[in-house]
Design a binder for this molecule. Structure first.
Ligand SMILES: [Zn+2]
Length: 331
C-alpha cells in the first residue's frame, strides 16, 4: 500500500513533524467499521470541537506509549495511515511520535503550519474518559510514543517525545506539572486523586490501562514512578532550554520563571551594546524593557537552581549578575 504524503513537514524543537491533519467535515465511510468503533455510519470522523469547552485552551499534554511495529521504518506514518483507513477504531491522537519523527493527525494550536492556527487545538480520543469536561480527552493534547526496534531507537523515540512535549507545554504557557500520563486520567476516572501528581500519573488501577508502559519500564509502581520522573526531567530540561534561549520568553502565565539579569540601562543603545559583549562571551542573551529600563537578561528558568548555575557562569566570566522574577517586553 502506498505510503501517505504529508501536507507539510516542519520542525518542532528539533523533531521533523509530518502534518496530516484530518480535515474538518471528514465522516466515517465504512458503516461496519464505524459501528464496531461505536459510531453510526456517516458520523463525524473526529470530535471536531475545540479543547476545553470550545475555547481551544490547552491544559496539558498526555503521553501514551505503544510497541514498535516490526519491519516498519516510519511507525508514525503507519498509524496515521491506519487512522485514515478507518482501522484505529475510536482512537484519534494529535501526534504519533517515533524515533524517526512524528505525524500530526489533529489540530494542536501550534501555529507551526497553516492548517494548525494558534487557538485551534481540538479534542482527541485517547484518555478513555469520554466527554468528561475536565477529562484528558477534552482538555489535553495527546501524544502516542511508538518505541523502536533497538534500545538506541527507544531512547530516540523518547527523546523526540520529550522535545515535542516540552515545546507544546512551553508554547501553551504551561509548567511541567501539566505533563500527564494516560494512567493519570485512568486514576481520575476511577475516582482516585493523589496530592502528588507523579503518583496520580503512575498509580496502577487494577484491570485498567497502564500507560505509558515502556516509559514506566516496570510493573513495579516505585520503579515506574522513578522512570516517569526521569522522563519529566528530560522534558523539563528542554523547557529550560526554550525559556533560556536567545528569544525572550513570552509565557509568563506559566508560573514563576527565574531570570538571570546582568545589566540595566536607560539607553537602548547601551543595553544592546552590552548584550553584544555578553553574547561574544558565549551566552545567549536578550534585552527586555520594563520600568523604563532596558534590561539585559541571560535565560529564564523554571528551576531556581538552574538560574543560579547560569549566574555563577556569568560571574566566573567577569560579569555581574543576579536573579529576578521580573520580566519585560522583548526589545
Ligand atoms: Zn495510553
Amino acid at each position: 500500500m502506498a505510503l501517505l504524503t504529508a501536507n507539510k513537514v516542519f520542525q518542532m524543537n528539533g523533531v521533523a513533524v509530518s502534518e496530516k491533519i484530518i480535515p474538518d467535515g471528514t465522516r466515517w465511510k465504512d458503516g461496519a467499521k464505524a459501528q464496531k468503533a461505536g459510531f453510526s455510519a456517516g458520523s463525524l470522523y473526529k470530535k471536531q470541537q475545540r479543547l476545553s469547552g470550545g475555547t481551544g485552551k490547552v491544559q496539558g499534554v498526555t503521553i501514551h506509549n505503544t510497541a514498535d511495529l516490526a519491519n516498519v521504518h516510519d511507525d508514525g506514518e503507519q498509524y496515521t495511515r491506519a487512522t485514515y483507513n478507518e482501522n484505529m477504531g475510536s482512537v484519534r491522537v494529535h501526534y504519533y511520535v517515533d524515533d524517526t519523527g512524528a505525524w500530526q493527525n489533529l489540530k494542536a494550536g501550534t501555529g507551526l503550519c497553516s492548517n494548525d492556527p494558534v487557538g485551534s487545538a481540538e479534542v482527541s480520543w485517547h484518555a478513555g474518559d469520554g466527554s468528561t469536561p475536565d477529562g484528558g480527552n477534552m482538555t489535553t493534547i495527546s501524544m502516542e510514543v511508538i518505541m523502536g526496534d533497538t534500545a538506541a531507537h527507544d531512547e530516540k523515540a523518547k527523546d523526540n517525545a520529550a522535545r515535542m512535549a516540552a515545546w507544546l507545554l512551553w508554547k501553551h504557557g504551561l509548567t511541567i506539572d501539566k505533563l500527564f500520563s494516560h494512567t493519570y486520567w485512568v486514576n481520575k476516572s476511577a475516582g482516585k486523586h493523589f496530592a502528588d501528581v507523579d503518583r496520580q500519573c503512575t498509580n496502577p488501577v487494577r484491570n485498567q490501562k497502564w500507560c505509558p508502559t515502556y516509559i514506566f519500564g516496570s510493573s513495579n509502581p516505585d520503579i515506574a514512578l522513578k522512570n516517569w520522573k526521569a522522563f519529566k526531567q528530560l522534558v523539563q530540561g528542554y523547557m529550560d532550554a526554550l525559556n533560556g534561549g536567545a528569544q525572550a520568553p513570552t509565557a509568563d502565565a506559566a508560573g514563576t520563571l527565574y531570570r538571570v539579569q546582568t545589566g540595566a540601562f536607560s539607553s537602548k543603545a547601551n543595553a544592546t551594546a552590552y548584550a553584544k559583549k555578553i553574547k561574544a562571551a558565549g551566552f545567549d542573551t536578550y534585552v527586555v524593557k520594563a520600568d523604563g529600563l532596558y534590561k539585559v537578561q541571560v535565560g529564564a528558568y523554571s528551576k531556581k537552581a538552574n538560574a543560579e548555575a547560569q549566574m555563577q557562569k556569568l560571574t566566573a566570566a567577569g560579569f555581574q549578575a543576579f536573579i529576578t522574577t521580573k520580566s519585560g517586553t522583548p526589545v
